[in-house]
Design a protein around this ligand. Structure first.
Ligand code: FES
Length: 123
């Protein structure tokens, strides 16, 4: 019985962690080329820019769906239960979350000279 309850609770957490990203599906945000190195936080998502790449991640915590906030210069922190995530990869560095943050579609629009972030998991 305890195993069944634990399985059900795990299933609910899994569903909730995907809820915010699914609800935001298809939204699009544009940025100029002046995005600084490191984490740039925009509420629903953040951008991590390194010398070599630019990646965007949803800020919906993969534990139970709370919105994560900026930790220090290279990490993000969830205020609900304390999970921490590495900014560059979205991987959890401290639980209870064990899934990586959802990486979003991110492309450079040559016509407008802008970065386009789309609430669509990167495929
Ligand atoms: S919802 Fe983020 S750690 Fe629980």
């Amino acid at each position: 019985m305890g195993g069944l309850s634990l399985g059900f609770a795990t299933w609910i957490w899994y569903r909730l962690s995907n809820f915010q990203t699914a609800r935001e599906g298809g939204m699009e945000f544009r940025h100029g080329q002046d995005i600084p190195l490191g984490i740039s936080y925009f509420g629903k998502y953040y951008i991590f820019r390194s010398e070599k790449s630019l990646r965007a991640f949803s800020t919906a915590c993969t534990h139970a769906g709370c919105r994560i906030g900026k930790g220090n210069s290279n990490t993000l922190q969830c205020g609900c239960h304390g999970s921490q995530f590495e900014g560059e990869t979205g991987k959890p560095t401290k639980g209870p979350a064990f899934k990586s943050l959802t990486e979003l579609e991110c492309r450079f629009d040559i016509k407008t000279g802008q970065w386009v972030i789309r609430f669509q998991p990167k495929g």
